[in-house]
Design a protein around this ligand. Structure first.
Ligand SMILES: N[C@@H](CCC(=O)N[C@@H](CS)C(=O)NCC(=O)O)C(=O)O
Length: 209
Protein backbone atom coordinates (compact mmCIF):
# COMPACT_ATOMS: atom_id res chain seq x y z
CA UNK A 1 0.00 0.00 0.00
CA UNK A 2 1.22 3.48 -0.89
CA UNK A 3 0.32 6.36 1.41
CA UNK A 4 0.42 10.06 0.66
CA UNK A 5 0.62 12.32 3.70
CA UNK A 6 -0.79 15.67 2.77
CA UNK A 7 -3.51 18.19 3.37
CA UNK A 8 -6.02 19.12 0.70
CA UNK A 9 -5.29 22.86 0.93
CA UNK A 10 -1.56 22.44 0.29
CA UNK A 11 -0.26 23.50 -3.11
CA UNK A 12 2.63 21.03 -2.99
CA UNK A 13 0.46 18.22 -1.71
CA UNK A 14 -1.99 18.90 -4.52
CA UNK A 15 0.68 18.19 -7.13
CA UNK A 16 1.17 14.65 -5.86
CA UNK A 17 -2.50 13.92 -5.26
CA UNK A 18 -3.50 15.22 -8.69
CA UNK A 19 -0.79 13.23 -10.48
CA UNK A 20 -1.75 10.07 -8.60
CA UNK A 21 -5.36 10.55 -9.69
CA UNK A 22 -4.31 11.33 -13.24
CA UNK A 23 -2.32 8.08 -13.35
CA UNK A 24 -5.17 6.12 -11.75
CA UNK A 25 -2.99 5.09 -8.79
CA UNK A 26 -4.64 3.69 -5.72
CA UNK A 27 -3.09 5.76 -2.92
CA UNK A 28 -4.19 5.93 0.68
CA UNK A 29 -4.35 9.59 1.71
CA UNK A 30 -3.48 10.45 5.29
CA UNK A 31 -4.23 14.04 6.30
CA UNK A 32 -1.57 15.98 8.18
CA UNK A 33 -2.87 19.41 9.16
CA UNK A 34 0.47 21.17 8.77
CA UNK A 35 -1.13 24.57 9.15
CA UNK A 36 -2.26 23.53 12.63
CA UNK A 37 1.23 22.33 13.52
CA UNK A 38 0.73 18.60 12.93
CA UNK A 39 3.79 18.48 10.67
CA UNK A 40 5.99 19.04 13.73
CA UNK A 41 4.54 16.06 15.62
CA UNK A 42 7.36 13.66 16.53
CA UNK A 43 5.71 10.70 14.78
CA UNK A 44 5.34 12.59 11.50
CA UNK A 45 8.89 13.93 11.71
CA UNK A 46 10.24 10.39 11.74
CA UNK A 47 8.87 10.23 8.18
CA UNK A 48 9.70 13.77 7.17
CA UNK A 49 12.29 15.58 9.32
CA UNK A 50 11.33 18.80 7.58
CA UNK A 51 7.79 18.53 8.96
CA UNK A 52 6.10 19.56 5.75
CA UNK A 53 3.76 17.93 3.25
CA UNK A 54 3.69 16.02 1.00
CA UNK A 55 5.39 12.79 2.06
CA UNK A 56 4.96 9.51 0.20
CA UNK A 57 5.42 6.13 1.85
CA UNK A 58 5.61 3.14 -0.48
CA UNK A 59 6.36 0.05 1.58
CA UNK A 60 9.67 0.74 3.28
CA UNK A 61 10.49 3.65 0.98
CA UNK A 62 9.83 7.14 2.36
CA UNK A 63 10.06 10.15 0.07
CA UNK A 64 9.51 13.85 0.61
CA UNK A 65 9.85 16.89 -1.71
CA UNK A 66 6.91 17.15 -4.04
CA UNK A 67 8.88 17.11 -7.31
CA UNK A 68 10.76 13.96 -6.31
CA UNK A 69 7.39 12.40 -5.48
CA UNK A 70 6.08 13.30 -8.95
CA UNK A 71 9.06 11.58 -10.58
CA UNK A 72 8.66 8.48 -8.40
CA UNK A 73 4.90 8.23 -9.02
CA UNK A 74 5.51 8.43 -12.75
CA UNK A 75 8.56 6.18 -13.00
CA UNK A 76 7.96 3.57 -10.37
CA UNK A 77 4.18 3.33 -10.23
CA UNK A 78 2.96 5.00 -13.42
CA UNK A 79 5.00 3.27 -16.13
CA UNK A 80 6.92 6.47 -17.00
CA UNK A 81 3.80 8.45 -17.90
CA UNK A 82 4.16 12.20 -18.45
CA UNK A 83 7.95 11.92 -18.61
CA UNK A 84 9.74 11.89 -21.97
CA UNK A 85 11.80 8.74 -22.65
CA UNK A 86 14.72 10.48 -24.37
CA UNK A 87 17.61 12.16 -22.54
CA UNK A 88 16.99 15.66 -23.88
CA UNK A 89 13.27 15.54 -23.23
CA UNK A 90 13.89 14.29 -19.73
CA UNK A 91 16.56 16.92 -19.07
CA UNK A 92 14.12 19.60 -20.23
CA UNK A 93 11.48 18.22 -17.88
CA UNK A 94 13.93 18.21 -14.96
CA UNK A 95 15.10 21.71 -15.84
CA UNK A 96 11.57 23.03 -15.29
CA UNK A 97 11.06 21.01 -12.13
CA UNK A 98 14.35 22.29 -10.66
CA UNK A 99 13.35 25.82 -11.70
CA UNK A 100 10.04 25.33 -9.92
CA UNK A 101 11.78 24.27 -6.75
CA UNK A 102 14.62 26.82 -6.85
CA UNK A 103 12.78 29.91 -8.06
CA UNK A 104 9.05 29.63 -8.78
CA UNK A 105 7.96 28.03 -5.52
CA UNK A 106 10.12 30.16 -3.14
CA UNK A 107 9.26 33.43 -4.86
CA UNK A 108 5.55 32.72 -4.98
CA UNK A 109 5.66 31.56 -1.37
CA UNK A 110 7.24 34.85 -0.33
CA UNK A 111 4.85 37.00 -2.36
CA UNK A 112 1.64 35.12 -1.56
CA UNK A 113 2.23 33.93 2.01
CA UNK A 114 0.60 36.86 3.87
CA UNK A 115 -2.60 36.70 1.81
CA UNK A 116 -2.66 32.89 1.80
CA UNK A 117 -2.36 32.89 5.60
CA UNK A 118 -5.28 35.31 5.86
CA UNK A 119 -7.40 33.10 3.62
CA UNK A 120 -6.50 30.00 5.62
CA UNK A 121 -7.23 31.68 8.94
CA UNK A 122 -9.80 34.37 8.18
CA UNK A 123 -10.34 37.09 10.71
CA UNK A 124 -13.45 39.22 10.21
CA UNK A 125 -11.61 42.40 11.23
CA UNK A 126 -8.55 42.06 9.00
CA UNK A 127 -8.43 44.03 5.75
CA UNK A 128 -7.14 41.87 2.86
CA UNK A 129 -3.35 42.19 2.58
CA UNK A 130 -2.57 43.29 -0.97
CA UNK A 131 -0.55 40.84 -3.07
CA UNK A 132 2.47 42.52 -4.74
CA UNK A 133 1.94 41.00 -8.18
CA UNK A 134 4.36 43.65 -9.52
CA UNK A 135 7.22 42.18 -7.43
CA UNK A 136 10.32 42.42 -9.63
CA UNK A 137 11.58 38.86 -9.07
CA UNK A 138 8.12 37.41 -9.62
CA UNK A 139 7.73 39.50 -12.78
CA UNK A 140 10.91 37.96 -14.19
CA UNK A 141 9.65 34.45 -13.43
CA UNK A 142 6.23 35.10 -14.95
CA UNK A 143 7.96 36.40 -18.08
CA UNK A 144 10.06 33.24 -18.40
CA UNK A 145 7.11 30.91 -17.91
CA UNK A 146 4.87 33.01 -20.15
CA UNK A 147 7.43 32.83 -22.97
CA UNK A 148 7.63 29.03 -22.65
CA UNK A 149 3.84 28.83 -22.93
CA UNK A 150 3.57 31.27 -25.83
CA UNK A 151 3.12 28.44 -28.34
CA UNK A 152 -0.06 27.46 -26.56
CA UNK A 153 0.76 23.97 -25.32
CA UNK A 154 2.24 22.89 -22.04
CA UNK A 155 5.47 23.74 -20.21
CA UNK A 156 7.63 21.21 -22.11
CA UNK A 157 5.82 21.43 -25.44
CA UNK A 158 2.58 20.16 -26.90
CA UNK A 159 2.14 17.35 -24.37
CA UNK A 160 1.12 17.52 -20.72
CA UNK A 161 4.06 16.46 -18.51
CA UNK A 162 5.18 16.24 -14.89
CA UNK A 163 6.45 19.82 -15.26
CA UNK A 164 2.86 21.05 -15.63
CA UNK A 165 1.79 19.39 -12.39
CA UNK A 166 4.91 20.78 -10.73
CA UNK A 167 4.52 24.37 -11.89
CA UNK A 168 0.75 24.41 -11.50
CA UNK A 169 1.17 23.60 -7.80
CA UNK A 170 1.66 27.16 -6.58
CA UNK A 171 -0.98 28.45 -9.00
CA UNK A 172 -3.47 26.73 -6.70
CA UNK A 173 -3.52 30.07 -4.86
CA UNK A 174 -3.87 32.27 -7.95
CA UNK A 175 -7.67 32.60 -8.21
CA UNK A 176 -8.13 33.41 -4.53
CA UNK A 177 -5.23 35.88 -4.45
CA UNK A 178 -6.18 37.79 -7.61
CA UNK A 179 -3.60 36.71 -10.20
CA UNK A 180 -3.77 39.37 -12.96
CA UNK A 181 -4.28 36.90 -15.79
CA UNK A 182 -4.97 39.64 -18.37
CA UNK A 183 -1.33 40.77 -17.96
CA UNK A 184 -0.07 37.20 -18.51
CA UNK A 185 -2.33 35.76 -21.21
CA UNK A 186 -0.17 32.74 -22.06
CA UNK A 187 -0.10 31.68 -18.40
CA UNK A 188 -3.82 32.34 -18.01
CA UNK A 189 -4.54 30.20 -21.07
CA UNK A 190 -2.33 27.38 -19.71
CA UNK A 191 -4.17 27.55 -16.38
CA UNK A 192 -7.37 27.12 -18.39
CA UNK A 193 -5.90 24.02 -20.03
CA UNK A 194 -4.84 22.68 -16.63
CA UNK A 195 -8.38 23.20 -15.33
CA UNK A 196 -9.56 20.95 -18.13
CA UNK A 197 -7.36 18.10 -16.79
CA UNK A 198 -9.91 16.23 -14.62
CA UNK A 199 -7.40 15.16 -11.96
CA UNK A 200 -6.16 18.73 -11.60
CA UNK A 201 -9.66 20.19 -11.43
CA UNK A 202 -10.84 17.58 -8.94
CA UNK A 203 -8.11 18.54 -6.45
CA UNK A 204 -9.16 22.20 -6.24
CA UNK A 205 -10.64 22.91 -2.83
CA UNK A 206 -11.85 25.90 -0.81
CA UNK A 207 -10.62 28.46 0.07
CA UNK A 208 -8.69 28.41 -3.22
CA UNK A 209 -11.62 27.76 -5.56
N1 LIG B 1 9.87 22.10 -1.26
C1 LIG B 1 8.84 21.37 -0.57
C2 LIG B 1 7.94 22.37 0.13
C3 LIG B 1 6.93 21.71 1.03
C4 LIG B 1 6.07 22.73 1.72
O1 LIG B 1 6.48 23.88 1.96
N2 LIG B 1 4.85 22.30 2.06
C5 LIG B 1 3.96 23.19 2.74
C6 LIG B 1 2.53 22.99 2.21
S1 LIG B 1 2.37 23.54 0.53
C7 LIG B 1 3.94 22.88 4.22
O2 LIG B 1 4.02 21.73 4.60
N3 LIG B 1 3.81 23.93 5.03
C8 LIG B 1 3.67 23.79 6.44
C9 LIG B 1 4.77 24.43 7.20
O3 LIG B 1 5.59 25.15 6.62
O4 LIG B 1 4.81 24.23 8.42
C10 LIG B 1 8.06 20.51 -1.57
O5 LIG B 1 8.03 20.88 -2.76
O6 LIG B 1 7.52 19.46 -1.19
Amino acid sequence: MTTLYTTAVSANGRKALALARHLGLDLRVETVHVYRGEGQAAAYRTLNPWGKVPTLVDGDFVLWESNAILVYLSEHLGGGALSPPDARGRADLLRWMFWESAHWQPTLSRVLAPRVAQLLFPSPDAAPTPVPWDDRELGALLAVLGAALEAGGYVCGPELSLADFSLAGMTTYFAATGFPGQEHPAIAAWLGRMSAVPAWASTAVAPWT
